[in-house]
Write a protein that binds this ligand. Structure first.
Ligand SMILES: NC(=O)c1ccc[n+]([C@@H]2O[C@H](COP(=O)([O-])OP(=O)(O)OC[C@H]3O[C@@H](n4cnc5c(N)ncnc54)[C@H](OP(=O)(O)O)[C@@H]3O)[C@@H](O)[C@H]2O)c1
Length: 312
């Protein structure tokens, strides 16, 4: 039997991709923020009780990392308090909750990929609120899968890919930090990997998804690693080779030519961001591969794929 699926965050980068793929798995109910605000526990309870989903996928979050520094209470409400209510309701319904978290739960002091068993120690408010969300879900007693990912981009929304493309139409020279290392992950690949995990589970459990056996935290990011400077250079290389008239690219550049000729490395300190970010936040997907047999492509291949796709 196809499960009823409640998806939050359908207007976001990941949520939009999930909203495209999930109908293959079940009946999707996808309230937007005006219909389900994660800061409003009563509405969450009402929507959950009306929809009675077997699967709840929370792709909504307060993702503005810099803004979280001065708006932590709001970020906490969206990233931890709302997800806690979702989890408690999921437990009552016997539903599985799928939630997404971040590489920014780590402090970046390692120089080899982070495993799920490594201790989190967030450096910024966003990371603290996302870690609080993970802990609230673990403590709720609900069956859950928490997928930690990193550096999401898509052809919609606010992200590094679209920022670089816009800046490249305005400036001949871009200075980009080269001392933060992570894995740029396309929302499309992340949604594909998520649905692959769920598809396998639905088949194995005949739709009885909620089970203590599947509960856990898994890292789910593109393979490989890059710093932001390398990512920016790769974006401009792909843009130079992209098919003429690629609709999302035309919209990202507002139809203007790319004039950036040089990308230069700079340091986080010279760049002067007010928010601390980990210097190294590469995630090891070994547990995901072992547990579900699901792999994600290398970040460079994902980026190339993004520039080959005409759909937004
Ligand atoms: N972006 C990254 O680089 C990154 C990295 C690691 C992990 N993650 C995690 O991955 C997940 C997906 O991130 P994303 O980049 O796809 O997010 P996104 O593009 O910023 O989208 C966020 C979504 O959450 C919704 N939302 C925000 N506040 C809400 C509220 N109070 N109630 C209900 N919905 C609300 C937004 O709705 P509106 O459109 O109405 O604002 C939007 O649909 C999140 O859990 C995020 O923390 C992201």
């Amino acid at each position: 039997m196809k499960p009823a699926i409640l998806l939050t965050g359908k207007t976001g980068q990941l949520g939009a991709e999930l909203n495209r793929l999930l109908p293959k798995l079940g009946e999707v109910i996808a309230p937007d923020r005006s219909e389900l605000d994660l800061r409003d526990p009563e509405t969450i309870r009402r929507v959950m009780r009306d929809a009675k989903p077997q699967l709840v996928i929370n792709a909504a979050a307060y993702t503005a990392v810099d803004a979280s520094e001065t708006d932590e209470a709001n970020a906490l409400a969206v990233n931890a308090e709302g997800p806690q209510v979702l989890a408690l309701e999921a437990k009552k319904l016997g539903a599985l909750l799928v939630h997404f978290s971040t590489d920014y739960v780590f402090d970046g002091s390692k120089d080899t990929p982070y495993a799920e068993s490594d201790s989190p120690n967030p450096l910024n408010a966003y990371g603290r609120t996302k870690l609080a969300g993970e802990e609230a879900i673990r403590n709720s007693g609900a069956s859950h899968l928490i997928f930690r990912t990193s550096w999401i981009y898509a052809t919609i929304g606010r992200n590094f890919l679209l920022t670089i493309l816009r800046l490249a139409t305005e400036r001949e020279e871009l200075k980009i930090v080269d001392d933060q290392i992570g894995a740029p992950t396309s929302a499309r690949d992340l949604a594909k990997a998520t649905t692959a995990v769920l598809n396998g589970m639905i088949a194995r459990t005949s739709g009885q998804l909620a089970s203590p056996k599947v509960t856990g935290t898994y890292h789910m990011a593109a393979a490989g690693q890059a710093n932001w400077y390398e990512f920016a250079k790769a974006i401009l290389e792909e843009a130079a080779r992209a098919p003429q008239g690629l609709p999302w690219l035309t919209s990202a550049t507002n139809g203007r030519p790319i004039i950036a000729r040089r990308v230069l490395p700079t340091s986080t300190q010279a760049f002067g961001s007010p928010t601390h970010r980990p210097a190294y936040s590469v995630l090891s997907n070994a547990r995901l591969i072992e547990g579900f047999g699901v792999t994600l492509a290398d970040w460079r291949a994902q980026l190339h794929e993004c520039f080959s796709s005409s759909s937004q």
